[in-house]
Design a binder for this molecule. Structure first.
Ligand code: NAI
Ligand code: COI
Ligand code: MG
Length: 362
């Protein structure tokens, strides 16, 4: 069966890193007979420029028809002054919401070769292997009411609403507990239940769901403490489950434990396992067009796509092994600069090296 993948390169470094991910898919096709058909679509600023909207109907339709979506990143200064409904980021949110991709898996794994690239001491991050399960289609990014309004006294105010229903909390909690069963059997639920009612309900529901998983240990942590604990002693975490906003922030923080935000992939899944795959970082306008962006987060997102949506777990393992191999060989984009024994490469050279390592396995 031929797998249909929709590729949405997006903006900034998006097209650069996605080009390298495509090389990896091509290597899998040539070396291992992966039957994959790629279709291209527009999202974000690129879609605004071409069609006037960040998420054209055609893109959503192609995404629904595909077996999986591979996305680069969206956004950039060119579109920053647009009203929020027409910004590139709305295209991404529209895809996540429109496809029902409520479960965002963000694994933060330290490759031993990158211990020196982390800003934390090697002994603090050595062996780090945690999974952030972020709720992706609810919470404050989607809640109503929202907007900027003018009060009767003429003062303007900005409003967003953090809202979670019991079913929304329950289904993401189940994803976290199921994932924990396949790993270290520990879940830490992160909230702000000491202040927010939405978090009090979150905590209550997660605790109730935990009763169905007696073999998994549950802990709760306030989000401010979680941010601190992530940099103090990150290996205490196995699976962390949290809402949309907290997960967005904490996963950027966790990324840096692994050496660079350019290393963290993600899978965004619906109830049936259909998914969209993207690096956790953004469009990095500060380095776009310079050929220096790290493509590994996107390449590792391809591995997640193979495993979670395409039923190609063995090939996923091969991609991850190829990434480990190029890191062991000392190749480093500037964000993971490793000093002695390493060689600085650009985006293309890194992608070529991973593709070559894959073909060498064939
Ligand atoms: N999923 C998405 O498409 C996301 C889009 N954005 C958008 O991206 C734009 C830039 O946002 P920022 O806050 O600057 O976040 P960002 O993640 O794009 O960049 C933050 C910093 O990390 C660096 N960086 C990111 N990815 C890298 C990579 N692969 N290799 C090397 N360095 C990398 C950047 O150069 C920058 O210094 C904004 O328009 C924002 O809305 C932000 C986050 C996620
Ligand atoms: C740009 C936002 C819509 C998303 C974001 O920062 C993320 O998903 O990590
Ligand atoms: Mg983010």
């Amino acid at each position: 069966m031929t797998h249909k993948v929709l590729v949405l390169a997006g903006d900034g470094i998006g097209p650069e890193i996605v080009a390298e991910a495509r090389k990896v898919l091509e290597a899998l096709r040539r070396g291992f007979g992966l039957a994959v058909e790629l279709e291209e679509g527009l999202v974000g600023g690129a879609a605004i420029d071409a069609t006037g909207t960040p998420l054209p109907e055609a893109t959503l339709r192609l995404a629904r028809e595909a077996d999986a979506v591979l996305l680069g990143a969206v956004g950039g200064p060119k579109w920053d002054d647009l009203p929020s409904e027409r910004r590139p980021e709305k295209g991404l949110l529209g895809l996540r919401g429109g496809l029902g991709l409520f479960a965002n898996l963000r694994p933060a794994v330290l490759y031993p070769e990158l211990a020196a690239a982390s800003t934390l001491r090697a002994e603090v991050v050595a062996g780090l292997d945690m999974l952030i399960v972020r709720e992706l289609t609810g919470g404050i990014y989607f809640g109503e009411p929202r907007g900027i309004r003018t009060r009767p006294d003429g003062v303007r105010e900005g409003v967003n609403t953090m809202v979670y229903s019991e079913p929304e909390i329950e289904r993401i909690a189940r994803v976290a507990f199921e994932a924990a069963r396949r790993r270290g059997r520990r879940v830490c639920s992160v909230d702000k239940a000491n202040v927010l009612e939405v978090s009090a309900l979150w905590r209550e529901v997660v605790t109730r769901v935990a009763a169905d998983y007696p073999d998994v240990e549950l802990a709760h942590m306030y989000v401010d403490n979680a941010a601190m604990q992530l940099v103090r002693a990150p290996r205490q975490f196995d699976v962390m489950v949290t809402g949309n906003l907290f997960g967005d922030i904490l996963s950027d923080c966790a990324a840096m434990l692994t050496g660079s935000i350019g290393m963290l992939p993600s899978a965004s899944l619906d109830a049936a396992g259909k998914g969209m795959y993207e690096p956790i970082h953004g469009s990095a306008p500060d380095i776009a067009g310079r050929g220096v962006a790290n493509p590994l987060a996107t390449i590792l997102s391809v591995a997640m796509m193979l495993r979670h949506s395409l039923g190609e777990g063995e090939l996923a393992g091969r991609v991850e092994a190829a990434v480990r191999e190029v890191l062991a060989a000392g190749l480093r984009t500037p964000d993971i600069d490793g000093g002695e024994g390493t060689r600085r490469v650009g985006t293309k050279e890194m992608g070529d090296a991973v593709a070559a390592a894959l073909l060498a396995q064939a």
